[in-house]
Design a protein around this ligand. Structure first.
Ligand code: PFF
Length: 457
């Protein structure tokens, strides 16, 4: 297969790919979702299953996804199509690209709303209005925000404009530039916050909560949540890593870079969890409070701690940066597709993608207030109606199925020679191990977890 360069450009170095891919993986998933789902699912045993999902499913799929992207060198839909054609397989594989693009749009729509919450909290932290807030005060501030559609819409709009602005500038001037500036700052802030939580919080209790496993708390639904989160946090299963792979120059090791990015994501998630729970437990606050955890619970703790206003501001700034670089990756598959398909310029493609996701985001905003309804999924009560439906549809259904398609395609449909070629022609022990995992372990694990969640096994 020809190794053309993508028409959208390519990463200027290995480091730039690592920074941009890390920007994509490290996001609200690590800092907001992972802590609250760990809290909801009882801690240790859930974390262990999640780590297994990362090692056996998430990271191997990330390698396969980047590989398909680099071979196809186009937007996910067209990469699927051309790599399937090369393998002599049905063009129906491109449906996985379509499903991924749809998932990306849906995730972006609610991701931007939650990112809007972080912007709102950043402003509150800077203004000092959260200092010495009581539990009732924090809860009413959060509820007032979430139940105020106009305010949510304003923040959602600001965040979407920030994201579209970067993407419209292109791979080098937009995506790379943002990653180059934001990622080092983000990692630095995280280290400062962990050190702060270590000194001021209850690190021992946080550690025990996250690493002492009580398997009786592990429901089938928790397994699916852990698997879904492994996909979400690594940004795999929907084409974001595929399009980042399409911009990866030849000669850069997919295996090494993917493993590095996967490990970084894991370390960031665990550190964020430890830092957040240390602060939460130091003030005897509850861990299982759901999506409000970092918004309702943390401000109470920060409000009472020495230097809390400064470190609270740092925390919400960290969240904004993490959300921003991830949202950029959510937009890219659709923008690249639009440019290829319609031949329109990137700025217009970015604006249209932004408008579509922005409109869909209104569904999330309304489902938090006026359209809210409750329902159960796998025995767990969900409270926000459509918002939860969209989250489950993407994280727990489309991403794992997309990941399954990627594993089957790289493991069974592409020729082994083509796959080895993308591994720089080296089929050593590392390659053999990965190839075995992607062919046998990953697909079986995904299918089993699915069947377990729907009660078949
Ligand atoms: N990995 C991101 C997070 O953990 O917040 C979420 C995400 C970003 C998912 C980009 C998918 C994606 F394409």
């Amino acid at each position: 297969m020809s190794q053309r360069i993508s028409i959208h450009g390519q990463w200027s170095s290995r480091l730039m790919f690592i920074l941009a891919a890390s920007g994509s993986v490290v996001g609200l998933g690590n800092l907001w979702k992972f802590p609250y789902i760990t809290g909801e699912n009882g801690g240790g045993a859930f974390v262990l299953v999640y780590l297994l999902c990362l090692a056996l499913v998430g990271i191997p799929i990330m390698m396969a996804e980047v590989l398909i992207g680099r071979r196809g060198r186009q937007s996910p839909v067209f990469s699927w199509q051309s790599v399937a054609a090369e393998a002599g397989a049905s063009s129906a594989w491109k449906l996985a690209g379509w499903a991924g693009m749809l998932a990306g749009l849906i995730i972006l729509s609610y991701y931007s709303v939650i990112a809007g919450w972080t912007l709102a909290y950043l402003v509150r932290m800077v203004s000092g209005s959260l200092m010495l807030v009581t539990a009732e005060g924090a809860s009413s501030i959060f509820t007032q925000l979430v139940l105020d559609p106009e305010r949510l819409l304003a923040w959602h709009t600001i965040f979407m404009v920030m994201t579209i602005k970067v993407v419209s500038r292109g791979v080098t001037k937009g995506l790379e530039q943002a990653a180059r500036i934001l990622m080092p700052l983000l990692l630095f802030m995280l280290v400062v916050l962990v050190a702060y939580a270590w000194r001021q919080g209850d690190f021992a209790q946080a550690y025990a909560f996250m690493f002492n496993s009580d398997f009786s708390k592990l429901t089938p639904n928790a397994l699916l949540t852990a698997l879904g989160h492994a996909f979400f946090t690594l940004s795999v299963g929907m084409g974001a890593m595929m399009v980042y792979g399409a911009y990866l120059p030849k000669g850069i090791s997919i295996a090494k870079t993917s493993i590095l990015v996967g490990l970084l994501d894991t370390v960031v998630g665990l550190l964020a969890g430890l830092a957040i729970f240390s602060v939460v437990f130091a003030h005897d606050l509850p861990a299982g409070d759901g999506p409000g955890l970092i918004f309702q619970t943390l401000p109470i703790a920060f409000g009472q701690m020495p230097g809390g206003s400064f470190f609270g501001t740092l925390f919400f700034l960290l969240l904004v940066f993490a959300a921003w670089t991830s949202a950029i990756a959510l937009v890219e598959p659709m923008v690249s597709w639009w440019v290829e398909k319609r031949g329109i310029d990137r700025i217009r493609a970015a604006i249209w993608t932004g408008i579509s996701a922005w409109l869909l985001g209104i569904v999330t905003i309304l489902s938090l207030s006026s359209w809210s309804f409750s329902f159960s999924f796998g025995g767990v009560l969900k409270r926000h109606g459509l918002f939860d439906v969209l989250d489950i549809l993407t994280s727990s259904i489309i991403l794992p199925l997309g990941g399954l398609a990627i594993a089957l395609f790289a493991g069974w449909v592409m020729s082994r020679d083509a796959v080895v070629e993308e591994f720089e022609g080296r089929a050593g022990i590392g390659f053999k191990l990965w190839y075995f995992v992607i062919r046998f372990i990953t697909p079986v694990a995904v299918v089993l977890v699915f069947l377990r969640a729907i009660g078949v096994v």
